[in-house]
Design a binder for this molecule. Structure first.
Ligand code: NAD
Length: 467
């Protein structure tokens, strides 16, 4: 079994104690990784703090290094994507897309132009905003998109002049360790440190005094703990948290034309996307044909091992998440909902759960109220649009939302009534490096991507000169 090492101060560091990493397609370990300790956290923090002193000084050098990082990752796409499919479960084509996307994000930040912010410049005075790096950034990532979400953080953090101590999820540590190893030759020692370990290690990293900012992507529950841990030291936080995205389908759509977008908006990455469609509200006029289209697509979708070329949906990433998903569907069934297709775990040692379409579900059922983060979608009938909008907003979540209609103007107006960080019309989950991404309400604090994301890795100083 291959063993994967951590990166601390430019050195590859392994440990006698190893943690197994499970391939969810088989439910069995296929590799191991280092188990980081408090001593490793201390070493990584000190290395990052020491590297910060010179790394912060030369922006042109950092941009060049970011370009080299992107090229180095591109040079290893197949290798990283294969392990990504094994540790996460996703189909190899999607894994390849994620790794290319990660390199693309780094290239974007390498060339992001930060416009000068001059507020006054006349005979009397000049007032200008300058943006400075914060120092050491603690970057904590989840298991659904381990490679790209790490690069969402290190791209803008490095451009601004920060150094990073990162910790991936214990379910998917290997590809982050591979990215670290890939960038070891590119970056000066200490600029990027990647540790593997459990939740406790994450807690130690975020509460370490050297960390001046925490950039976290994960669940609402952990986000709250991180905010509390950061409070005593007033560390800056960006929290990208969970979602329970509503999609509202209006009465004027052509069901055939929107069905693919709705299906993949819900089931991409086996539904394990923060901004997947998790509640689908459909007008009664088009409800039956939409359900029928979704059921047909669910039945014809190939579920299997991500490394099989014809697999469209991989397994659920881990047993705990599968158990939660099954519990939500069973609860809906017991409460009177109807399982149109799916609803039973596939017979396999792997964590496979087929795309499941649930009708007759409503508010008050856990499948509707909670984030299922898996292959089950409640499709809810409505007759009055105001009711659908009210239900869509009656939640603590507020990550994304969408409206589906043939009238773009109406869609644009309605989507603004959804309380969410992003509002899409006629698609869902479209995310680009140059548009800010973040959550309303409990779905997050702050933004990633674009200039907005970059700014969150800086401290602003107002320079006010009397002439
Ligand atoms: P999680 O919160 O359980 O874990 C995320 C990371 O936090 C892991 O690396 C974990 O080890 C670490 N961690 C756990 N406890 C910690 C603590 N006390 N201090 C510091 N670190 C700690 O989330 P998950 O199950 O890995 O990911 C799924 C969740 O992430 C879903 O809710 C999903 O919606 C959300 N998510 C959000 C976005 C977004 O951009 N908004 C993107 C992807 C996933």
């Amino acid at each position: 079994m291959n063993s994967y090492a951590m990166l601390i101060d430019g050195r590859s560091v392994n440990t006698p104690e190893q943690d197994p990493v499970i391939n969810p397609a088989f439910g069995e370990p296929f590799a191991t990784c280092a188990r980081g300790t408090s001593a490793h956290v201390e070493a990584a923090m000190q290395a990052a703090a020491a590297a910060f002193k010179t790394w912060r000084k030369d922006e042109a050098f950092r941009r060049q290094k970011l370009r080299e990082c992107a090229a180095a990752i591109q040079g290893k796409v197949q290798e990283i994507a294969t392990v990504l499919s094994q540790e996460q479960g996703k189909p190899i084509a999607a894994a390849t897309g994620e790794v290319f996307g990660a390199a693309m994000w780094l290239s974007y930040f390498a060339d992001l132009q930060v416009p000068p912010e001059v507020l006054q410049d006349d005979d009397e005075k000049r007032i200008e905003i300058v943006r400075k790096p914060l120092g050491v950034v603690a970057a904590i990532t989840p298991w659904n998109f381990p490679v790209i979400l790490l690069c969402w953080k290190i791209g803008p953090a490095f451009l601004a002049g920060n150094t990073v101590v990162a910790k991936p999820s214990p379910y998917t540590p290997l590809t982050s360790l591979m990215v670290a190893e890939t960038l070891r030759e590119v970056l000066p020692p200490g600029v990027l440190n990647v540790l593997s370990g459990g939740n406790d290690l994450g807690a130690e990293i975020v509460s370490h005094p050297a960390a001046r900012k925490v950039s976290f992507t994960g669940s609402v529950m952990t986000g709250k703990k991180i905010m509390a841990a950061a409070a005593s030291d007033l560390k800056r936080v960006t929290l990208e948290l969970g979602g329970n995205d509503p999609a509202i389908v209006l009465d004027d759509v052509n069901p055939d034309a929107v069905a693919d977008g709705l299906f993949w908006g819900a089931f991409q990455n086996s539904g394990q996307v923060c901004t997947a469609i998790k509640r689908l509200y459909v007008h009664e006029k088009v409800y039956n044909p939409i359900v029928q289209h979704l059921v047909e697509r669910a039945k014809s979708t190939k579920v299997g091992n991500g490394l099989d070329a014809n697999t469209q949906l991989g397994p659920i990433n881990n047993e705990m998440q599968l158990t939660k998903l099954m519990g939500l569907v069973d609860d809906a069934k017991k409460s009177g909902a109807r399982i149109e297709t799916g609803g039973v775990r596939l017979e396999s040692s792997g964590y496979f759960y087929p795309p499941t379409i649930v009708t007759g579900a409503h508010e008050g059922m856990r499948l509707v109220d909670e984030e299922q983060f898996g292959t089950a979608l409640p499709v809810i009938k409505y007759s009055k649009l105001e009711d659908a909008l009210e239900q869509a907003n009656r939640t603590h979540y507020g990550l994304g939302g969408s409206v589906w209609t043939s009238d773009l103007q109406r869609g644009k107006e309605l989507v603004q009534e959804i309380e969410s960080g992003t509002g899409w019309v006629n698609h869902h989950m479209d995310i680009t490096p140059y548009a800010p991404f973040g959550g309303a309400k409990w779905s997050g604090i702050g933004h990633e991507n674009g200039l907005w994301g970059y700014n969150e890795f800086t401290e602003m100083q107002v320079v006010n000169i009397k002439k």
